[in-house]
Design a protein around this ligand. Structure first.
Ligand SMILES: C[C@H](O)[C@H](O)[C@H]1CNC2=NC(N)=NC(=O)C2=N1
Length: 99
């Protein structure tokens, strides 16, 4: 699916709706770090995100150590942040435990 990169104005507008995510200019994407009670909780969350990602055909770059999950969302096909990242971020927020 063709998807375009958000320009700076759209990106700033979108980030206001995603206060738990921050823009990483070097990675050209948005990041969020989550902490859980333990590894089982963290990995269970990752499994739920994996199902969302497969359905959306849009996949996170992520890193897990024990109870910590670091997520980077960027759109490789667009060379930066796109609406697909924003949609996946919102879907992740919706299933994440409240901070
Ligand atoms: C062919 C397939 O649809 C594409 O490669 C999808 C898969 N998942 C993807 N995930 C991410 N994060 N960016 C993409 O550009 C992307 N493209």
């Amino acid at each position: 699916m063709q998807v375009s990169r958000l320009d700076e104005a759209d990106r700033n507008a979108v980030l206001e709706q995603l206060p738990l995510w921050s823009y990483d200019a070097d990675a050209k994407g948005i990041r969020r770090t989550l902490r859980f009670a333990d590894f089982a909780e963290a990995f269970g969350f990752m499994a739920r995100v994996a199902i969302l990602a497969e359905k959306a055909d849009h996949h996170p770059e992520w890193f897990n150590v024990y109870n910590r999950v670091e997520i980077l969302l960027t759109t490789h096909d667009a060379g930066g942040l796109s609406r697909r990242d924003v949609d996946l971020a919102a879907a992740i927020d919706a299933i994440a435990p409240t901070a």
